[in-house]
Structures are given as C-alpha cells and as structure tokens.
Design a binder for this molecule. Structure first.
Ligand code: FES
Ligand SMILES: [Fe+2]
Length: 381
C-alpha cells in the first residue's frame, strides 16, 4: 500500500522534519573529546554551530559566526566561560550574548546577541536542545547509571539518519544482509522473525520472536534506538544509539554500550577491545570496501569475515539506495510492520507541526531496558 509521507530527510531549521528533530535533546559530541579551554566547529541538522568548553568545565553551543564581520567563532580563544573572536576580540558567553568589544571605545555589546542553545552532559555525551521554547526533560537511563562501565563510540556514515533509523527497526534484513556474519552464533539470522510493534509513551516497543528467542528493543522518539546487541567477547549488552543527521544524506551515530564487567574482567575486556581496534587499522577501511562493492568490483558475500563486517553489510544496504528517494512509492508488506509504524509516527508528528497543531508529549521511563532471551514470559516483564 503506497503512503504519502513527508520528507523525512529534509532536516534544516525551517523544515517540519527539522523542527520535529529539534524538539528533542540531541547528542552533539563526546564529553571526553572536548577539553576545558577548547572550541570546535559543529555541523549537525544541516546547520553549523560553535561548541566550546569554558575553563570552569561548562560546555556551550552558540551560533557559528561572529556578528561583527563573520569569522568562524570556533577559531577563537576560550577565556573563562566565554569565547573571544580571533579577528577583533568580540567576546560571547554561552548564551551567545556579546559581553565585550575591546576595540570599541563605546561598547554596544549589550545589544549584540547571536544564537545560544541549552546543553547538558550525561553518560559521557554532550546533549544540546536546538528547539523553540522550554526544553523537555533529558531522558535518563538507570541501567547505565547503575553500571558504571560504558563504552562510547561514534561513527560517521554516508547515508541519511532516517535510513539508518529504518534499518534499526528492520529485523528482517538480518537473515539476508547479515547472512555472512556472526549473528547466527546467537540465533539472530537463522530464521525470519515474527514481528510485533506497539506505540508507547516513549516511542515504539519492537518485538522480534524467533522460536524461543525473543528480542525486545525500543525506539525512543525520535531518533534513538535502545536494544541488546551481542559481541563475541562482550556477550549481550545494552546498546543505545542516537542517529543524528549531519546533512540530508549523512549522519553521525553516538553509541553507548553498557558493559557488565568489573575488576579484572573489565580490564581484560578493555585489552580485547584495544586489540580489536588495532586489528581494524590493518584492514582496508570499511567505507572503501563499501564503495568498491557499490562500483561492482566486489560482491559483499566475497569479503572475508572481519570484525566490522556488519558495518560494511549495512553500508551496502543503505548506500545502495538512491539518496533522497521517495519513500511514498515503496511497496510495503506485513514484514515491514515496524518500519511502517516508525514512518507513521514520524509522519503524524511532522504533519502536526506543518499544520501548527500540538505534537505528542513523549516520556521515557528511566527503568526502560531492552531484553533478549529465550523465555518469552520473562522477557515481557
Ligand atoms: S569578526 Fe569577530 S570580532 Fe571582528
Ligand atoms: Fe543491519
């Protein structure tokens, strides 16, 4: 059945999809990568920004350019909790308020204000609110707060955030796209799943059932996936991933895994993880392999198993679709149930914004967790 969808990939500030995404907190940077006294350029949601960390440790996000003669403020010097423009010294605080114009005998700094956006840091990420009005509460996740060993990763991908999000709710592709991977070790691509999808207060509860194995995952509106993932040296772990658009056809994934290891086990895990990262350095980069496959020089099934094979397989599946394609023309079946629910909710909320109507007030229970197990009744609780 063909559906009339809004453009889910037009994410600029004046688009309804862009306004929808901006009405939630979005992760923008890893906390540990931004030292006090540093400023960096940010590009997200089709816009540029300046991110800086003051000497007090406070992270701020303000507009990209100086109001004076337009220099990029990320070139500036951080002074206290302000950033001083590299060109003539106009200085801005974390709200974007100009607080000094050293070359002006009669300062009019109080009349100069550029954009400034609220920030919060949580679980090792800097979150920012780019929307209008008061920000909603930032979702909290007790499982991460109770288990302090987190692994934070970031990956930049050459396809739209929405394509990645659709892929997140598509368990059917495991059996095809990931046939040659280690998903079969944990029974995820041996058989096609029975699928369930329910709209909830936070987004979508997804259920994938393969015989006795039941996997419950969550989409936290609008662009966050929370699921159990399996890695051979980690076992099952909670995995949360925000798919944040950079531009219409590229995005960044911020991912946090909750690693249930302590003491010597945690040290051993970190050693194995470092080895894993080192082993990837000796391989042809995943994106180059994807590009070769898409040029027809290689088939995905011909690549030898490697630790990042899933990324390559997903890259082929996602970059193999033309960017900006019209999803309204897709021919969907019952096995697309979860994709249909994602598109319907996004579509409903974006249309409400277009028509000036109220959108749903979402709330994320802090105790929310994904599950993966063989006992369906236990998994339901
Ligand atoms: S351009 Fe920034 S102070 Fe002149
Ligand atoms: Fe995949």
């Amino acid at each position: 059945m063909a559906m009339d969808y809004p453009d889910f990939t037009a994410i600029g500030p004046d688009t309804a999809t862009g306004k929808f995404l901006r009405s939630f907190w979005q992760p923008v940077y890893q906390s540990a990568k931004l030292k006090p006294g540093k400023a960096v350029p940010l590009r997200l949601l089709g816009e540029d920004f300046t991110l800086f960390r003051g000497t007090s440790g406070k992270a701020s996000v303000i507009a990209p350019y100086c109001a004076h003669r337009g220099l990029k403020l990320s070139m500036g010097r951080v002074v206290g909790d302000t950033v001083e423009c590299f060109y003539h010294g106009w200085t801005y605080d974390g709200r974007g308020q100009c607080v000094a114009q050293p070359a002006e005998k009669k300062s009019f700094a109080d009349k100069i204000k550029i954009g400034g956006y609220p920030t919060q840091e949580y679980l090792g990420l800097i979150f920012c609110y780019f929307g209008e009005g008061a920000a909603p509460p930032l979702p909290r996740f007790s499982v991460y707060e109770e288990n302090s060993f987190h692994e934070i990763r970031e990956s930049h991908r050459a396809w739209s955030a929405f394509a990645q999000l659709e892929n997140s709710v598509d368990e059917v592709h495991f059996a095809f796209t990931h046939r040659k991977s280690k998903f079969s070790d944990v029974g995820l691509n041996d058989e096609l799943p029975d699928l369930g999808a329910e709209e909830t207060d936070y987004g979508i509860l997804r259920i994938g059932r393969r015989g006795n194995l039941v996997r419950k995952s969550h989409i936290i509106m609008p662009n966050c996936m929370f699921s159990m993932v399996f890695e051979h040296f980690k076992g099952w772990a909670e995995h949360i991933a925000w798919r944040v658009p950079v531009d219409e056809n590229t995005h960044v994934n911020f991912m946090i895994d909750c690693v249930h290891k302590t003491g010597a086990d945690a040290e051993e895990y970190s050693r194995l993880r470092a080895e894993h990262r080192a082993s990837l350095k000796d391989l042809e980069p995943a994106q180059k392999v994807v590009d070769r496959i898409l040029r027809g020089e290689l088939h995905c099934d011909d690549i030898e198993w490697r630790p990042d094979i899933v990324l390559i397989q997903d890259g082929v599946a996602m970059q193999g679709q033309p960017p900006g394609r019209d999803r309204s023309k897709d021919i969907l079946g019952a096995s697309d149930r979860q994709v249909v629910m994602l598109r319907s909710i996004w579509g409903r909320e974006i249309r409400a914004i277009e028509q000036g109507q109220a959108t749903k007030k979402w709330s994320v229970p802090p105790e929310l967790v994904p599950t993966s197990g063989t006992d369906y009744e236990a998994a339901k609780t």
